[in-house]
Every structure is written in C-alpha cells, then in structure tokens.
Design a protein around this ligand. Structure first.
Ligand SMILES: NC(=O)c1ccc[n+]([C@@H]2O[C@H](COP(=O)([O-])OP(=O)(O)OC[C@H]3O[C@@H](n4cnc5c(N)ncnc54)[C@H](O)[C@@H]3O)[C@@H](O)[C@H]2O)c1
Ligand SMILES: O=C(O)C[C@H](O)C(=O)O
Ligand SMILES: [Mg+2]
Length: 474
C-alpha cells in the first residue's frame, strides 16, 4: 500500500473477544513495526467488537506485512485498511453554507422571490452593486484544466479536483476568501478563455491553477486584457513571490547579493518562467534556465515562443549543455520541474555555500538526505521539511488584499511588495538556514501580504476602493 502524505493507516478490526485479547493484537502490531496512536471503538459488544486502530509506522513498506499478520490472527477479522488522507477526502473537502437561516415565509420572501427581485434590479441599474450585494465581493474561482497538476503532469480535470479543493480550503482557512474549484474538461486555449470570461460575473477574482505552459501564458494574458477583476496564475506569480522572499533571506545567510550570484533554474514552464522574470526584476543578472534538452540559449530557435523570449533575457554567457554542466559554479539552484533531477554530486560542484530550492511537488528535484552534506540552505515546496517554499504563502494574502481594495488587477509592484512582506516576517535574530521563510501557520503572513498588496494597489491606481483600515493612513 502506498501511504499518501503521512505514515499512518487506520485498521478496522472486528475482534472475537473470546478468542483474542486486545493485548495480543497490540503485540502483533508492535512486532510488525507499527505503533497504535489512537483507538476508536466503532461498535462495542461483549463478545464481538469493532475498533478503528490508527497505526503509525516509520517505514510505510511494512503496512502490507503488518496487515497480513493482523488478518492472520485467530479471532480477528480485518475489515479494511485505510489511509487517513483518503478518509479525509471522502465526499470532498468543502461545502456551500448559507449565511442566513430560512425559518419562515418572511425569511423566504426576502432571500428569494419576491424580495430578491428588487436587489436584482438594483444591480441591473448599477452593476458595481454586484460587489456589495452578491458573493462576488469575496469569491474567487480556482480554475484548472488538470494539465500540470503539481509535478504529476497532465492527470486530467477530475484528478485535479482534490488539489483545487485544497486551494479553496486554504483561501478560506488562511484569508477568509470564499473560493470555488472549477475543473474544466478542455485543454483548448480559446475555449478556456471563453469559459472563464463567461464565469466572471460570479467572481471577484480568478486564480488559474496547474495549467501547463506555454498555454498558461496566453490564457492569463488574454483574460487579464478582457476582465476587470484580478486574474492570477498561481503557479507563475504565487510561486515567484514566495521564491523571491526565500531568496532574499537565504542570501543574507550566505552574505551574497542578487547582482553577484549565478542562478540555475531547472524547468522553464509556468513557474520557471515567472520565477526567472521575478529574479531579473529583483537584480539577478547571471541566470541560466534549463529544461528537458538542456540550457535555454540564443543559438536555438524554439518552437515554444516563450523560450525564445527567455533566451533573449537570460544566460548572459550563452551557456549550453545539460543541468549537470551548467550547474558548475552556480550559487543558487531553483527546481521547478520534476522529482530527482539533481544529484548530490552536481550540488558538490556548485559555488561555496550553495542554496538549493528544490520546489517540485510532491517530490523535490533532490531529497534533503542527498543534498544535506553539500548545501548551506535547502528548501522544498513540502510541509514536512523545514523551509517550505510554497505559493500557499502568497495567494491567500494577495487575493485578500486585492479583493479588499477591489483591485482591477494584480500588478508587478503588488507582487514585489508581497515578496518583501513575506521575507520581512523572519527577523534577523530568527533567520537561520532552517528558517528562511515563515511557516504557513504564522499568523503574521496573511495580514502582512494583504497590507502590502492593498498599499501597492492604491499607489498603482488599480484599487477601486480604499479598505476601512487604510482610510486614515498616509
Ligand atoms: N513549491 C511551489 O510553490 C510550486 C509552485 C508551482 C509549481 N511547483 C512545482 O514546479 C513544477 C513545475 O510546475 P509548473 O506549473 O511550472 O509546470 P509546467 O508543466 O508548466 O513546467 C514544467 C517544466 O519542467 C520541464 N521539465 C520536465 N522534465 C524536465 C527535465 N528532465 N529537466 C528539466 N526540465 C524538465 C518541462 O518541460 C516544463 O517546461 C511542478 O513539480 C510543480 O509542483 C511548485
Ligand atoms: O500546490 C502546491 O502545493 C504548489 C503548487 O501550486 C504546485 O502546483 O505544486
Ligand atoms: Mg499549482
């Protein structure tokens, strides 16, 4: 059995108490490398009893032998073995909830016909009232076509849904933004643009997610042109914001500056292109991008037009070759590609105090175990290692700020301000190689990002409203 996210399983067992004791069961599980961390009695009984045992294992590969040993015990019927992560997904992770109860005719006639009609007419006469009188004010669409889901690739719209539901949960839990996942059964650029455009009256913002490159660039650009609400491709810009925040702090640890470092970005897709642009805007000059066929350089004519633009703005020495060649002497590696593409041996050939951000999800380009002996600062996109560089640090606060300022778009300066805000949460006293970026659970993150985004929205003229808590600020 493959354990998904966490090393524990739930065994549902039916016990015949006349032929087996609980102590015997505990002993068999312990013998097989399992540790019972929780017990729930599902159906009590004097003779037969059903219990759910949450069993933690250090090595997930023992689950099969452990289950077989339990199933083989006299007086035990192993009803099923479930992964806690799968159980958590039963029936999906979010639901729609009403804000007001409907208890009587009076309530009914106000939330619904006839009362609702006047509200509709008020919006017909002044469309901006949709922001005050409907869910639009606080509602974001999380839109995916399932073509670049995490690092899993094109797994389709149905399989993408758990990630999109997860993003919606994070919006709500971290920033109070209502978000709805929408997985589209089309990969056609024109169709996606038309559908999202048609959906826009329902939403105050559009978060594009896990749409593969290069289509994602065109889809985002065209939707930004056509819509007057923020359109934000999270894998590009959320990632770039967090990456910059992490790099600002990592460079303080190694005492290097943006203008002096050589950066190698691996995976020049949605995230890789946007992160590279962000780094160039932040002052990096020596940046080399590497994709499947090696370094992106100016002597090639790429079918992917974005790579031709990329070649023009990066790789100052027009380096060619594979990742293991161009990594030579690099100060920073940024992985936004696939698992296990970087070897410890390659990291050994980087400059002194190498910084490795292996951000592919769910499995990084190099594991912490392999990178450990050679790196000075190491980060991944995952929550189970130190230094989680994940766009979840950015998108909730960015949309919170954009919605509160009723911004018509999210500008470059809003993103830059968000990156600096995230970086600044880690104080100089706290900063160390295992703490370059605040935790997702750090309660300062969303307010700091929101504030930075609102201020910049006002300065850059895209705010259509000044939130109450900003009215008396200069
Ligand atoms: N930590 C985060 O916050 C975060 C955010 C966004 C994306 N990511 C991760 O980054 C990866 C890319 O995401 P994306 O949305 O940009 O996807 P994408 O499909 O747009 O880009 C992936 C790129 O990797 C390239 N690639 C594939 N094999 C390669 C190889 N052997 N060597 C070099 N490049 C190779 C592909 O050609 C493509 O250009 C995924 O693993 C994703 O989970 C992480
Ligand atoms: O979903 C994540 O954890 C981050 C990012 O959006 C990704 O696609 O990997
Ligand atoms: Mg994503």
């Amino acid at each position: 059995m493959r354990l998904e996210g966490g090393n524990s399983v739930i065994l549902r067992v039916e016990m015949d108490k006349q032929s087996v004791t609980f102590a015997e069961l505990v002993s068999v599980i312990g013998h097989q490398g399992g540790d019972i961390v929780a017990i729930d009695v599902i159906r009590p009984g004097r003779k037969m009893e059903i219990r759910d045992l949450t069993v933690s294992v250090v090595d997930p590969s023992v689950v099969e032998t452990l289950s077989a040993a339990v199933a083989a015990m006299k007086g035990i019927h192993l009803v099923n073995v479930s992964d806690r992560t799968f159980l958590l997904h039963l029936g999906g992770k979010i639901q729609v909830q009403s804000k007001v109860p409907i208890k009587n005719r009076d309530d009914l006639s106000r939330v619904y016909t006839p009362g609702v009609a006047n509200v509709c007419l008020a919006i017909r006469d002044d469309i901006s009232k949709a922001f005050s009188l409907t869910i639009r004010r606080n509602m974001v669409a999380v839109v995916s076509d399932g073509t670049a889901v995490l690092g899993l690739g094109d797994i389709g719209p149905h399989a993408a849904m758990p990630v999109m539901e997860g993003k919606a949960m994070l919006f709500k839990e971290l920033a109070g933004v209502d978000a709805f996942p929408i997985c589209l059964d089309t990969k056609d650029t024109e169709e996606i643009i038309a559908i999202v455009k048609a959906l826009a009256p329902t939403f105050g913002g559009i978060n594009l997610e896990d749409i593969s490159s290069p289509r994602c660039f065109e889809i985002e650009r065209r939707l930004k042109e056509q819509l007057d609400i923020p359109v934000f491709h999270d894998d590009q810009h959320g990632t770039a914001v967090v990456l910059l925040a992490g790099l600002i702090n990592a460079l303080k640890i190694v005492g290097k500056s943006m203008s002096d470092i050589k950066v190698v970005v691996c995976g020049i897709g949605a995230a890789g292109v946007a992160c590279s642009r962000m780094l160039l805007a932040a002052g990096v000059t020596h940046l080399v991008g590497v994709d499947k066929d090696g370094a992106i350089h100016r002597d090639a004519a790429y079918e992917n037009e974005v790579w031709n633009e990329y070649a023009a703005m990066t790789n100052p020495h027009n380096e060619k070759g594979s990742l293991s060649e161009v990594i030579q002497g690099a100060d920073v590696f940024i992985g936004l590609s696939r698992p296990r593409l970087l070897s410890g041996e390659a990291v050994r050939r980087m400059n002194t105090d190498p910084i490795v951000f292996a951000m592919a999800n769910p499995d990084p380009e190099i594991s912490p175990e392999e990178a450990g002996p050679y790196v000075r600062v190491y980060a991944t996109g995952r929550s189970d290692y130190p230094n989680q560089l994940n766009n979840v640090l950015a998108f909730p606060g960015i949309f919170r700020g954009a919605l509160d300022a009723r911004a018509s778009s999210i500008t470059e300066s809003m993103k830059l301000a968000a990156a600096k805000a995230i970086a600044s949460i880690v104080t100089d006293e706290e900063l160390n190689s295992d703490y370059i970026i605040p935790s997702v659970f750090n309660e300062k993150v969303v307010p700091a990002v929101r504030k930075a985004v609102v201020m910049e929205a006002i300065h850059s003229g895209v705010a259509r409203k000044v939130p109450g808590d900003f009215r008396n600020l200069d």
